[in-house]
Design a protein around this ligand. Structure first.
Ligand SMILES: [Fe+2]
Ligand SMILES: [Fe+2]
Length: 193
């Protein structure tokens, strides 16, 4: 990605994510717009210390990941648009749980980002997955799309030892995991958060 694409403000990143969400077919579109409009998405940090660790960092990281993952699948998606739809939705939703994993407090020494009780006990992967499957069921999202997006969310850390209960097995999941790693590395982060 060029510099203009990696130096977006959180507000601009959120606008671009919303535009992609609105291009999706229903009910995936409404589900993704709802995620972006709620859950403290726009104010959440993308991490505690390792990458995108500032309010709004989640939106910036999510934009970088979704943009790259969409670019990776662009060729194959010409023959099957569902690949682009799954990749876009999974990009938007993969770290949604971070909005509740971290709490931001401020005092005279500045901002502090800490894990919440849910963050410690559940982790963002489980929270993103739980939110998605509840919304998918409520909106009657079809089985194939539900399983493919859920697989991307659960496998996006890439390896079991990095916190994923299942490892990437589809094109969309490999694209998401690679894009996630690259966004984290571009931001100077290490390890999986
Ligand atoms: Fe993650
Ligand atoms: Fe991520």
């Amino acid at each position: 990605m060029n510099a203009a694409e990696t130096n977006l403000s959180p507000a601009m990143a959120l606008l671009k994510l919303r535009a992609w969400a609105k291009e999706l077919p229903e009910p995936l579109s409404g589900l993704c717009v709802h995620a972006l409009d709620n859950e403290g998405y726009g104010r959440a940090p993308g991490g505690k210390t390792r990458h995108h660790a500032y309010p709004g960092g989640l939106a910036v990281h999510t934009y970088e990941v979704t943009k790259r993952a969409r670019d990776f699948v662009w060729g194959p998606a010409k023959g099957d648009l569902s690949i682009l739809h799954v990749t876009t939705a999974a990009g938007i939703l993969h770290d949604l749980g971070k909005a509740r994993e971290y709490g931001v407090t401020s005092d005279e020494s500045g901002l502090t980002i800490d894990r919440t009780k849910e963050g410690y006990l559940l982790g963002h992967l489980s929270m993103s997955y739980g939110w998605f499957v509840r919304e998918a069921a409520a909106r009657n999202l079809d089985y194939d799309l539900t399983v493919r997006v859920a697989h991307c969310i659960l496998s996006h850390h890439g390896r079991r030892e990095w916190g994923s209960p299942t490892e990437p097995q589809t094109l969309e999941a490999h694209a998401l995991h690679s894009a996630d790693m690259m966004s984290m590395q571009d931001a100077g982060g290490q390890g999986k958060k």
